[in-house]
Design a protein around this ligand. Structure first.
Ligand code: NAD
Length: 472
């Protein structure tokens, strides 16, 4: 198994506060020379990233396999292909995104013109997470470059193969005076966070999100926090169960074995539908992963032994004993956990407390499907919420009354793939959003510019404020 479970302690001991200070100083000097601002520079870097993905696809797939044993198709569809689409979309739209946007004027500013002019923040830090270690790193980098910033990427040490691949490849394909990779864990990230950045983009859990935000506050640096949460799936009784369960299963186990920020975390359904839903889920899971899912090559493994232990604890909780209705098998040596369904777990069980982030899916039941809205709203706001129903009234009620980062109706996770939709959390699931033009906007300051000529004088605005002027 070689690398399995290899992880977070591998820091670049040599990268300390002083190295971080030198790095940011050099980047600031490069940024101040102005070259990252030009269309040509931005476009060349984006082309470089695309070329990297085309020429090094096998290396990227290999790194993802080493880090998570991700099935090849998942690695390609969910990481490489999405990243290619992202960079192609940015290249196609860059000119128009960079253009000042003319806006209207009111009587008070007449005659004048007004424009919103996007400008890069400057030197930005991107800290990414391990579960989609390629996409979650490169996608914000694409936005930061498109917006004309100098960038430091700090990939996750928990996906060491992908992290070192970035460190090796990025300097080959992009301008390494303005785009840098720093590898490392807590020590290195802390050193980076002590510096003054013009924007920090962080993907990961809320505990570290708070550390990032506190560090940013010292320099009044704006942050984007892409966090997680418990994303619910509500299943109404009128749905096509076969289709619904396939879509739930692929959004859960087909996304890095549930180690995805918007993977369904728990299902809410009615007491009467639960047995049928459960049967349908079991049939679907057996079709997807066979009778021995621990042997399936279509399921990613758990990333490391710490996360394996964390997930095992959720299953070993006394409060859920007897609640496992499907799966439950584990193989600690190979870091594999079979798709597992639990029915009617108590609200105060560990599995219902924090985000699961793994292949376990509890189902809780309510008397009426409308009650699900109250259940969701009694918790912190999730990154995603899903509803399966044919009832348009329920759909409207759900969209209007459930607060979540994003939603898919009669689907799971797919809202993330539409570049015209912002991707981000709300409340505890995050601050800010990205994807498509939202990525460009996330890394751009929108400067308000009003411009006049020397005509159109209105004497009333100038002192002295005579009695006659005051009557106006
Ligand atoms: P992680 O352990 O890879 O940590 C994320 C980053 O934080 C890493 O780069 C790590 O080096 C850094 N870090 C860790 N501890 C730190 C500390 N004390 N100080 C400074 N930096 C530190 O990833 P994770 O947190 O396990 O990621 C899983 C979480 O991220 C889940 O909650 C998931 O929902 C969320 N997530 C969100 C998105 C999104 O797009 N919203 C995407 C993926 C994951």
């Amino acid at each position: 198994m070689g690398d399995v479970g290899k992880r977070e302690d591998q820091s670049q001991a040599s990268f300390d506060g002083e190295s971080a200070a030198v790095l940011t100083r050099e980047l600031r000097e490069s940024f101040n020379l102005g070259k990252t601002r030009s269309f040509q520079w931005r476009s060349n870097q984006l082309k470089g990233l695309l070329r990297m993905m085309e020429e090094k696809e096998a290396d990227i797939m290999g790194a993802l396999y080493s880090d998570l044993a991700k099935p090849q198709l998942e690695s390609y569809l969910h990481e490489i292909s999405m990243a290619k689409e992202s960079v192609t979309f940015a290249m196609k739209n860059l000119k128009s995104w960079m253009k000042p946007k003319k806006v209207g004027s009111q009587a008070a500013t007449f005659p004048s013109s007004a424009n919103i002019v996007p400008e890069p923040f400057g030197v930005v830090l991107i800290i990414s997470a391990w579960n989609y270690p390629f996409l979650l790193s490169i996608d914000p980098v694409i936005g930061a470059i498109a917006a004309g910033n100098a960038v430091v990427l700090k990939p996750s040490e928990i996906a060491p193969a992908t992290s070192s691949l970035f460190a090796r490849l990025l300097p080959e394909y992009v301008d390494d005076l303005c785009i840098k990779v720093v590898e490392g864990a807590v020590v290195e990230t802390t050193a980076l966070l002590e510096q003054k950045w013009d924007k920090i983009f962080y993907t990961g859990n809320g505990r570290v999100g708070r550390i990032v935000m506190a560090a940013a506050a010292k320099h009044l640096t704006p942050v984007i926090l892409e966090l997680g949460g418990k994303s619910p799936v509500v299943v109404d009784s009128n749905v096509d169960l076969k289709v619904a369960t396939k879509r739930i299963a692929v959004g859960k186990w087909g996304c890095s074995s549930g180690q995805a920020c918007i993977a369904p975390d728990y299902i809410i359904t009615t007491k009467s539908l639960a047995p049928k839903l459960l049967d349908s889920m079991k049939i679907t899971l057996e079709r997807f992963y066979g009778k021995e899912p621990l042997e399936s090559s279509d399921l990613a493994r758990i990333v490391n032994s710490n996360h394996f232990a964390r997930l095992s604890k959720l299953l070993d909780d006394d409060l859920v004993s007897g609640k496992i209705v499907y799966g439950g098998k584990r193989d600690e040596k190979r870091l594999r956990i079979a798709p597992t369904l639990l029915l009617d777990v108590p609200e105060d069980s560990l599995i219902m407390k924090d985000e699961i982030f793994g292949p376990l899916l509890p189902i809780i039941t309510v008397d009426k499907i409308e009650d699900s809205i109250g259940v969701i709203n009694s918790r912190t706001k999730p990154l995603a919420a899903y509803l399966f129903t044919k009832d348009k009234k329920l759909e409207k009620m759900f969209v209007e009354n459930v607060s979540a980062g994003g939603m898919s109706i009669n689907e799971t996770v797919l809202h993330l793939a539409n570049k015209n939709l912002p991707f981000g959390g709300v409340g505890e699931s995050g601050i800010g959003a990205y994807h498509g033009q939202f990525s460009f906007d996330a890394f751009s300051h929108k400067k308000a510019v009003l411009s006049r000529n020397f005509y159109g004088e209105v004497s009333a605005r100038y002192p002295p404020y005579t009695a006659r002027k005051q009557r106006i």
